[in-house]
Design a binder for this molecule. Structure first.
Ligand SMILES: NC(=O)c1ccc[n+]([C@@H]2O[C@H](COP(=O)([O-])OP(=O)(O)OC[C@H]3O[C@@H](n4cnc5c(N)ncnc54)[C@H](O)[C@@H]3O)[C@@H](O)[C@H]2O)c1
Length: 251
C-alpha cells in the first residue's frame, strides 16, 4: 500500500447534508477535496469556513449541476489539470420527491433520473480513466433505502433511480476491480439533514418509531462509513451495499 500519496477526492452535492459531512471528513484526513454542488452561494460560505485549507490549495469549491454532463466532464478535467489525479469519487448529489405514481410527469421523471442516476454513471465514467492509470480508486454511490424497499414516502422515480445506482455499483465494481478500483454503495435512511428541522415533531416521532435504534442518524456517522470505504485499507470491499439505517431495513 502506498500511504505517501496525498489522495484527491471529488464529492458531489457537497454544499450541505451528507455530502458536506463526507467532504469535510475527507478534508480532515489530509486529502485534497473538490466540493461540487449547484449552489454558488452555499459553496462561497463553505469556502470561507475552510479558508485555511482552500488557501493551502487543499480544497476547491465548484458550482456544477451534475445533471449537465458536459459541465461535469469539464469540472473533472479542471480538477485533473489542477491536482493531476483523482483517487476518490463520492456520487452523493441527489434530489428526492414524494410525487404519487398518478401525478408523476415525464419532466420530473427525467430530472430525477438525470440528477441521481445518469450523473452517477457519467461522473464515474469521467473519473475512471485517471483511476485506471493510477491503478487505485474508490467510488462510492449514495443510494437509499428507497432503492431497496420502495417506501411510499418517496416517488417511484426516486426509488427507481436509487435502485439503478445499486446496479451501476456492481457493473462498475466488476469492470474496474482489475485496476485496483473499488466501487461500493451506501444506503442510508432517516439521517438528519437541514430539511428535517422543518418536519413536524409528531411526524418525526412516528418515523423514529419505525427505527429499532430509536433515533435518526447523523451525517457524521455516514461520513465515517465512507471514510473507511475510501481508505487505503478498504481495498478488499467492492460491489457491496452498506445499509446505514438504524435497523429500519434488515436484509
Ligand atoms: N438524509 C437521508 O436520510 C438520506 C436517505 C437516503 C438517501 N439519501 C441520499 O443521500 C444523498 C444526500 O442527501 P442529503 O439528505 O444530504 O440531501 P440534501 O438535499 O441535504 O443535499 C443534497 C445535495 O445535493 C446537491 N444537488 C442536488 N441536485 C444537484 C445537481 N443537479 N447538481 C449538483 N448538486 C446537486 C444539493 O445542492 C445538496 O448539496 C442524496 O443522494 C440522497 O438521495 C439521504
Amino acid at each position: 500500500m502506498d500511504n505517501k500519496v496525498q489522495r484527491v477526492a471529488v464529492v458531489t452535492g457537497a454544499s450541505q447534508g451528507l455530502g458536506k459531512a463526507i467532504a469535510e471528513k475527507l478534508l480532515s484526513e489530509g486529502k485534497k477535496v473538490a466540493f461540487l454542488s449547484r449552489s454558488q452561494k452555499k459553496l462561497d460560505l463553505l469556502r470561507e469556513q475552510h479558508l485555511d485549507k482552500a488557501s493551502r490549495d487543499e480544497a476547491v469549491f465548484m458550482a456544477v449541476d451534475v445533471s449537465e454532463h458536459e459541465a461535469t466532464k469539464q469540472a473533472v478535467h479542471d480538477i485533473l489539470s489542477k491536482w493531476d489525479r483523482i483517487d476518490i469519487l463520492v456520487n452523493n448529489a441527489g434530489i428526492r420527491t414524494q410525487t404519487s405514481i398518478e401525478d408523476m410527469t415525464l419532466e420530473e421523471w427525467d430530472q430525477i433520473m438525470s440528477t441521481n442516476l445518469a450523473s452517477t454513471f457519467f461522473v464515474s465514467q469521467a473519473v475512471m480513466h485517471a483511476m485506471k492509470e493510477q491503478k487505485w480508486g474508490r467510488i462510492i454511490n449514495m443510494s437509499s433505502i428507497g432503492g431497496q424497499d420502495g417506501p411510499l414516502t418517496s416517488s417511484a422515480a426516486y426509488c427507481a433511480s436509487k435502485a439503478g445506482q445499486l446496479a451501476l455499483t456492481k457493473v462498475f465494481a466488476r469492470s474496474l476491480a482489475p485496476y485496483g478500483i473499488t466501487v461500493n454503495a451506501v444506503s442510508p435512511a432517516a439521517v438528519r439533514t437541514p430539511e428535517m428541522d422543518n418536519v413536524p415533531t409528531e411526524k418525526l416521532e412516528k418515523m423514529i418509531q419505525m427505527i429499532p435504534i430509536g433515533r435518526v442518524g447523523e451525517a457524521e456517522e455516514v461520513a465515517d462509513l465512507v471514510s473507511y470505504l475510501t481508505s487505503e485499507n478498504g481495498g478488499f470491499v467492492t460491489g457491496a451495499t452498506f445499509d446505514i439505517n438504524g435497523g429500519r431495513l434488515m436484509r
